[in-house]
Structure formats: structure tokens, C-alpha cells
Design a protein around this ligand. Sequence first.
Ligand code: FAD
Length: 379
Amino acid sequence: MFELSEELTMVRDAAREFAERELKPRATKHDRQEHLDAEVLKLIGELGFWGLTVSEEYGGSGLGNLALSIVLEELNRGCGATGVTVSVHNSLLCSPLMKYGNAEQKKRFLPKLASGEWIGAYCLTEPGSGSDAAALSTRAVKDGDHYVLDGTKIWVTSGSMAGLALVYARTNPDVPKAKGISAFLVETSTPGCIVGKKELKCGIRGSPAVELQFDKCRVPAANMVGALDKGFPIAMDTLDGGRIGIAAQSVGIGQACLEEAISYAKVRVQFGKPIAHFQAIQHKIADMQTRLSASRMLVQKAAWLRDRGEPCGRQAAEAKLFASQTANFCADECLQIHGGAGYTDHFIAERLFRDARITEIYEGATDIQRLVIARSVIG
Ligand SMILES: Cc1cc2nc3c(=O)[nH]c(=O)nc-3n(C[C@H](O)[C@H](O)[C@H](O)COP(=O)(O)OP(=O)(O)OC[C@H]3O[C@@H](n4cnc5c(N)ncnc54)[C@H](O)[C@@H]3O)c2cc1C
């Protein structure tokens, strides 16, 4: 991807301007109050960013994954907690609903998601199943024209503010574990869908991650996405898109680290000159810049492939692996360039360091990305 189209350049500029004006000044506040300002969620709706992966027919812009990755880089450059909220909403709920939902489901749910009236969540992880997602034990048992869900999901990003969640549950316990799982759209207002404990996290604290309990939660059978027992491939395909989103988040956080490091290095004077004049500092900056450029290309290539409907599992994993490591490299170097000041809350280097850390864990930890890539190339 060597040049963005005129349309994508406009989208990027709008996201950049919004992040600069509304997100950057609020990011520390979001971190301390552990939730996002309602005003921010509303403004994101006005910009159309909740509906980037929703077609125009259902109230979105239909711009797709490349546009989403470009917007996510900019939003995360301003505030990682806001960025992940938009990423999960678009890539883990709107996208699979667009791809696998039936006409009735799309008509019922997508307009509310595209406008931001409903924020979306994705419920795969459980206490006993993280990387080994197919081991999940939440049950869905048919009862007339409903399924009754029982179980506990953890780490549900936006779970406490979401209107709709895509929940994966076991519909057949008698077949190999990945073959008996189905996907359900659950309105969070449904009786028996209970918001549990909120985690106090290391970073991206403005994005609430909560436990969601399902206690005899009756979900219409009409809310099943895709076919019975065929939910796991949907979860995995969805994560390919999600990983591109987190890779874009990584580039955004890494870029913010680079910019903060440069600003500080230009004004901090030691040995009679700004530390930016020292070659050791310049080399750190050069390495950050180079790894970010490479990460951005991996992200945009994977997103472009996904928009074309081509397989992109390996490319999404490569982008996530490299970009998340780059974000953490940049966050570490940024803090180091700030010296002792970087270890305090006087500078945002400290928050960026905490925010970057999660990118190597969620939507498939680094080792899982390596596993996906190795399987693809070794066979
Ligand atoms: C802030 C946050 C938000 C999240 N949001 C969501 C969400 O919205 N929805 C959702 O469903 N989940 C969410 N998650 C869950 C997240 O996707 C999992 O934490 C992640 O997949 C890792 O699972 P785990 O934490 O159980 O780690 P584990 O699977 O227990 O892994 C522990 C370590 O072992 C390594 N490991 C595991 N298996 C292998 C293997 N085969 N080979 C080599 N190494 C291996 C891992 O790489 C990791 O380093 C979120 C998590 C966090 C922290």
C-alpha cells in the first residue's frame, strides 16, 4: 500500500483531527476514571466510525477493513482505550454479523450498531478457555423456539456498556470440542445476562473488561448466527479481522510513543545539548520509525486482502505479531528516552507503556500468532 486513495486520505484526516482534538486531551482522564466519556462515544457516531464495516443498506459506510485499520491507527494514537472499543465493535461484532447473519438479523441489529446506539461486544473467552478457545464450556440448550444459555464469559471488552454481544456457546457436548459450538446474538438487556466483576487492568483502563454471566438466559433461536454447531469457524474467521484491528491499534500506540519520544528528546538538555543530538537516542528513534513503517504496511496489506475476500489468516497473524511487538518496543524506548520522568505520571510515556502491553495478549497472544504463521508456512 504505497498511496491511500483520496477517500481514504479524507477518512484518515478526519480520524486524525478527531483524535488530536477529542481523544488525546482525554486519554489520561479515561485511564484514571476507568471508562470513556459518553461524549466521545457520541462523536464517534457522528463521524460514522461505528459503522465502518456495516454496509450502507444498514446505515453504515461500508468502507471496510482497510478504512477501519486506518481509522484505528489514528484513534489509538490518541487513546488506546477508545481505539479498542471501536475495533471490537466493528471487527468482532459488525463484521461477522454482516458476513454470517441472515437478512432478518441484519435488519434488526445492524442499524443500531452502525449508529452507535448499541456498542458491540464479543464473548469467547472463559475462565477455563483462553488460547484454547474451543474448550469453552458455556452451554446453550434448546427449549422450544429459544436456547437457554448458562455459563461465564470473562474479559468481555465493553461488556458493561454493550447493547449486543456475540456469544459462543456449546450446543453439542458429544462431538469433538470445536465441532459443537454455535454463535448467538444476545441483547444484554435479556434477563439472565448479568454483568459481573470489572477487572482493574494494567493499561487501556478506559475500556471496561468485565465478566458476563449467563444464568438461564433465554435467547431466541432466531438469534443464532450461522448454522447449528458451526460457530467455531465463525469465531476464528472473525478473529482474523480482529487481529488486523489490534495490529492497527499497535501501530497507533507505537506512533504516539515515537512522537512523545521525539518531543522530549528535543527539549531535554544534558551535557549542554538536547539529548536528541546524541547518536544513541537517534538510533532508538530510527529503529522505532522503521519498525512502525514495516508494521503499517503489514496491517494495510492484511486489511486489503480481507476486503477482497481473500484468505488472510497468516497475514493478519504476521501483522498482529510484528506490530504488537513494535508497539511494546516503542513504548519501552519512549519511556527510556524520558529517563526517570518517564517512570512517573508527569508524562504520557508511562500510560503508553501500560497501554501497549495488552496488544501482545488479546485476540491471540504472541505465541498463538507464531503458531498460526508456522502452521501456514510449514503445513
Ligand atoms: C484486556 C483484555 C480484553 C479482552 N477482551 C476480550 C473480549 O472482548 N472477548 C473475549 O472473548 N476475550 C477477550 N480477552 C481474552 C483474550 O483474548 C485472552 O486473554 C487471550 O486469548 C489469552 O488467553 P488467556 O489469557 O487465557 O491466556 P492462556 O491461554 O492461559 O495463555 C497463557 C500463556 O501461554 C501461552 N500459550 C497458550 N497456549 C500455547 C501454545 N499452544 N503454544 C505456546 N504458547 C501457548 C500464551 O501465549 C500465553 O503467553 C481479553 C483479554 C484482556 C486481557
